[in-house]
Ligand binder design. Sequence first.
Ligand code: FAQ
Length: 327
Amino acid sequence: MYSQGLIGADGKTSETEEFLAAFQKRIDAEEKIEPNDAMPEGYRKTLVRQIAQHAHSEIVGMLPEGNWINRAPSLRRKAALLAKVQDEGGHGLYLYSAVETLGVSREEVTEELHSGKAKYSSIFNYPTLSWADIGTIGWLVDGAAIMNQIPLCRCSFGPYSRAMIRVCKEESFHQRQGYEIVMKLAQGTQAQKDMAQDSINRWWWPALMMFGPSDKDSAHSEQSMKWKIKRFSNDELRQRFIDATVPQAHYLGLEIPDPDLTWNEEKGGYDHGEIDWDEFWRVVGGGGVMNRDRVRDRKAAWDEGAWVREAALAHAEKRRARQMAAE
Ligand code: FAQ
């Protein structure tokens, strides 16, 4: 995996100063940019990169939890998990549609995922080892996703911002179902409490990494914030997530695996320990425990689903022919 590049955000656009200034004026006036509007090539490419990465994350993100559907401990848990995993698939589809409004097909971005060129969230390269992981993913991973995505509901690009409104409503349900699973375990037997704690110990740091590199190392944040694609920096959102989540862990009587975590009265938030950025970049670069399996499984699903896509296209073609004959 390597950088997908970012034409335009480096100031190398061929657009005139006047064009760029007029576009920025629309952004500053909080106007929504729609697919047929004139836009700098860098703005379009940034959106294609981010939305496609986001779509891939939703689709790849079905795998770690999908792995537990037939092992869920009750019918109620199985039904809820099945619905959640389906929701994630739906989010991926809205997002691929948003990419298509920018002139890039789903096949093209899927090919980039399969070839390893396109990134997807680092978090999905960790394995789900116990049932508690399903609760922790809902609580921490969906919790982090919501923290990141609520501001995206105000993204300057219309189709992305509108998709995010529905996505966030569903993620909020996911977060609560996850928290409820962890709560049941935390109030259960010692073995169940231990399972919950072990799960938090493994997922806490990777969840913090979901927000991306620290601001000083974030290549795209400054330009993306100027274009109001992103509204807050990676570190700002990470801090909000920590401040919201630590009291939730305390309520459950569970520990956050960070010995340096301390309440800072002055800033009104928690100070936290150093994130292992070497691990982050290793996982982003394809070296996580599950990277290879995730891409292999997505490729297999794409290949095995070819007949469904062909059948759907043939059906649509027949309907169109029938409608035309009737007109
Ligand atoms: N993993 O300059 P920045 C979910 C890359 S959805 C992998 O800071 P940017 C739902 C970044 O692409 C989770 N790569 O980049 C769910 C860039 O690479 P490039 C996904 C990462 O874009 C729950 C480079 O590092 N959410 O969980 C990561 O301004 C449960 C430099 O970084 C979204 O995608 C990472 N964690 O900020 C599903 C939200 N972080 O392109 C199933 C939308 C950074 O130069 C179950 N995306 N990189 O080669 C965003 O908000 C942003 O893209 C950030 C990164 C904040 C992720």
